[in-house]
Write a protein that binds this ligand. Structure first.
Ligand code: UDP
Length: 480
């Protein structure tokens, strides 16, 4: 290994929404800056989609994937534990395995973890190396979490019972109806875990955020300059995004692209709820009818109904699921043959979004999906389901104006077929839809400029990289 260049140890928590951006980030460190990257993968609760991604990813020389042995987490949380609880416990239980794996390598220059990874910080301290968080969501969520320990002391009762929007210093107020899921119920374990992670972010030397100045100028300014947030203390903030999945050989889903090749430009509405999103049987029926009534070509990644669970496939994404005819309305597949394509479980999203036939995206507003849609200039219908997706949906519709939201909020009550028909037609076949498309293309151009040499995200990443290079030259124990 080249000892002149930094060696970065990266540990994502499980889930495609974490693995994908951190892996891309690692690739960038290797290809743009000549770093060496050890990319640690937690195999506990790894999904089929994750396994496929890691097997098929085009990895540059210098990026090594190291699979940590699975840890036994049975009995540490109930089967219905929230994602935040599961992830935090899986990472905590993997600390000994990570420590042993690191002991066998050349000492890294820096440890980078994601949102749920702060329990690994003592390992960085033992190695006398700096620790960074790569925050896979928005600056807005980061600001909320940086301020959470203060809110936890100042607010009595539930946040969702507050009469006024929640005010984070220097940021736009958060409407209570857009409150992130883990903060909905302070008695639930997931709240405790998110608070635990949030309290520890202050220990990091820096936080890289997968966003950019053009997407969240006000919040980024607040994180960097607001006196109250700075006093927390908030570590140095580096908006380096959008970092989205790059070209990976297709393992499956070629039929989607062949089908798209036959559709007119910008005519297809793509429908997908990320790696974990699932709908109730009633909502699947309404969505199917809404798409059919809209008469717009559609490509729908479907999953079996899940009752009230909105993230049922988060840890099993890309796995086998029954034939869609078992849960779609009778005759739907026959009636929509020719106009729609239904793909069970998983589709090649990046390829779909960048295809010229794709003209709209009905999305759960996961941050990676959102960034991908923006980068490829595709306007969205915001259909948030869980985690921080409602907050993302409000940024997309109210601030960036690159998405529309159904009148009835999907997360509150079922969206009826007529409303789905209306929003699909609005985005795909109306003057308002054209304006939305023009707007998202403008945003796309500006965020891509930020990644070019001299752009804001490019400079942000270069600054961190330079800090790491400087650290490499310092004697052990002299970490800043
Ligand atoms: N994804 C995909 N095919 C699918 C569903 C999801 O490739 O059928 C990818 C998507 O492109 C994104 C990631 O999985 O990169 C999902 O991350 P996101 O943050 O949007 O949502 P999450 O799955 O974390 O809720």
């Amino acid at each position: 290994m080249d000892t002149q260049n930094p060696h970065v140890a990266i540990l994502p928590s499980p889930g495609m929404g974490h693995i994908t951006p951190l892996l891309e980030f690692g690739k960038r460190l290797v290809t743009l800056y000549g770093f060496h990257v050890s990319f640690f993968v937690l195999t506990t609760d790894a999904s089929a989609a994750q396994t496929h991604l890691l097997r098929s990813a085009n990895l540059p020389q210098g990026l090594n994937i190291i699979h940590l042995p699975p840890t036994d987490v049975s009995g540490l949380f109930p089967p219905d534990a929230a994602i935040e609880t599961r992830m935090s416990i899986i990472v905590r239980e993997s600390v000994p395995a990570l420590r042993s794996a690191l002991a066998e390598l050349a000492r890294p220059t820096v440890l980078v973890v994601d949102v749920f990874g702060t329990d690994t910080f003592p390992i960085a301290d033992e190695l006398h190396i700096p620790k960074y968080v790569f925050f896979t969501s928005t600056a807005m969520l980061l600001a909320l979490l940086m301020y959470l320990p203060t809110l936890d002391v100042e607010v009595t009762g539930e946040y969702v019972h507050l009469q006024e929007p929640l005010q984070i210093p220097g940021c736009k107020p958060i409407q209570i109806e857009n409150m992130v899921d883990p903060l909905q119920d302070r008695k639930n374990d997931r709240y405790g875990w998110v608070l635990h992670q949030a309290c520890r972010y202050t220990m990091a030397q820096g936080i890289l955020v997968n966003t950019c100045e053009d997407l969240e100028p006000i919040t980024i300014k607040a994180l960097k300059e607001d006196p109250i947030l700075r006093k927390i203390p908030t570590p140095s903030i580096h908006p380096v995004g959008p970092i989205i999945q790059s070209n990976t050989p297709l393992v499956s889903g070629k039929e989607c692209l062949t089908w798209l090749d036959r559709q007119p430009a910008e005519s297809v509405i793509y429908v997908s709820f990320g790696s974990g999103g699932t709908l109730s049987a009633e909502q699947i029926t309404e969505l199917a009818w809404g798409l059919e009534l809209s008469q717009q070509p559609f490509l729908w990644v479907v999953r079996p109904p899940s009752g009230n669970e909105k993230s049922a496939t988060y840890f099993t994404s890309g796995g086998q699921c029954g034939h869609p005819s078992e849960y779609l309305p009778d005759g739907f597949l026959t009636r929509t043959q020719g106009i729609g394509l239904v793909v069970p479980s998983w589709g090649p999203q990046r390829e779909i979004l960048r295809h010229k036939a794709t003209g709209g995206f009905l999305t759960h507003c996961g941050w990676n999906s959102t960034l991908e849609s923006i980068v490829y200039g595709v306007p969205m219908i915001a259909w948030p389901l869980f985690a921080e997706q409602k907050l993302n949906a409000s940024t997309l519709t109210e601030e960036l104006k690159v998405a529309v939201r159904p009148m009835v909020l999907p997360e509150k009550e079922g969206v009826r077929r007529e409303e789905i028909e209306r929003v699909v037609r609005l985005v795909m076949d109306s003057e308002d839809g054209k304006a939305l498309r023009g707007r998202v293309k403008e945003v796309s151009d500006s965020v891509l400029r930020g990644l070019d040499e001299g752009g804001s995200s490019y400079n942000s990443l270069s600054n961190v990289v330079n800090e790491w290079k400087i650290n490499l030259q310092k004697p052990i124990g002299n970490v800043e």
